[in-house]
Ligand binder design. Sequence first.
Ligand SMILES: CCCCC/C=C\C/C=C\C/C=C\C/C=C\CCCC(=O)SCCNC(=O)CCNC(=O)[C@H](O)C(C)(C)COP(=O)(O)OP(=O)(O)OC[C@H]1O[C@@H](n2cnc3c(N)ncnc32)[C@H](O)[C@@H]1OP(=O)(O)O
Length: 192
Amino acid sequence: MTKQAQPWPPAGAEPAPAHPKAPGPGSELGVHFTECFGCGDELEGGLHLRSTVADGLTVRSRFTVTKNHQGAPGLAHGGLLACAFDEALGTTVGNLLRRPAVTGRLETDFRRPVPVGSTLHIEARVDGVGGRKIYASADGRLDAEDGPVAVRARGLFVMVGLEHFTSHGDPDAIEKFREQGRPVREDWDINP
Ligand SMILES: CCCCC/C=C\C/C=C\C/C=C\C/C=C\CCCC(=O)SCCNC(=O)CCNC(=O)[C@H](O)C(C)(C)COP(=O)(O)OP(=O)(O)OC[C@H]1O[C@@H](n2cnc3c(N)ncnc32)[C@H](O)[C@@H]1OP(=O)(O)O
């Protein structure tokens, strides 16, 4: 049986303009939570992904693969590459639309091996919105912004209210998150 490619974003999705208070081109997005495995600076073995707004609805992220991220000897583990894309897509959605959202679905295509020591340059964009659903996609290139594509990903994010985090998360960690003062500021649209 032939598998039919599904349109992306799906029919019915609409273009999603950046939030009026979204950080502009050239803005460094920083760490959203210091204990985050994707971007946090407190975890030695974390991915330490760093992100910068490019233009429009695009964010460029960088992640250097270390020995902490291996699957096969000397090569990145696919699950950790998926984590890097979850982070890159999530930070794109969160910061540009300024709505709390969580990953509902994440698809990854692994096209080339990613060696330890290489840097993955991930370009992510918001493709559209339909109701509470946000569609985003990203390409990851090896060692340069115009390097060969190693990984591609698509994510479906679902807008949630703050209660998603307060009712399911750890109160102490949430308190630490609040004390860090980021990224929930007055200019976020909190209630979906
Ligand atoms: C003080 C607290 C902190 C506040 C934080 C605030 C801001 C965030 C901060 C910074 C942002 C910056 C950076 C972020 C960086 C990285 C982000 C990483 C993101 C993650 O790593 S996050 C962890 C993994 N993630 C989860 O832990 C989610 C577990 N999950 C659930 O919590 C529920 O499952 C939920 C909420 C997803 C939906 O549940 P729900 O009950 O609210 O809504 P429902 O089920 O009705 O879905 C609504 C519509 O989405 C469609 N839909 C849902 N899932 C789908 C799927 N898989 N495939 C296709 N469609 C799907 C339905 O079909 C329906 O579509 P329709 O409306 O058309 O019917």
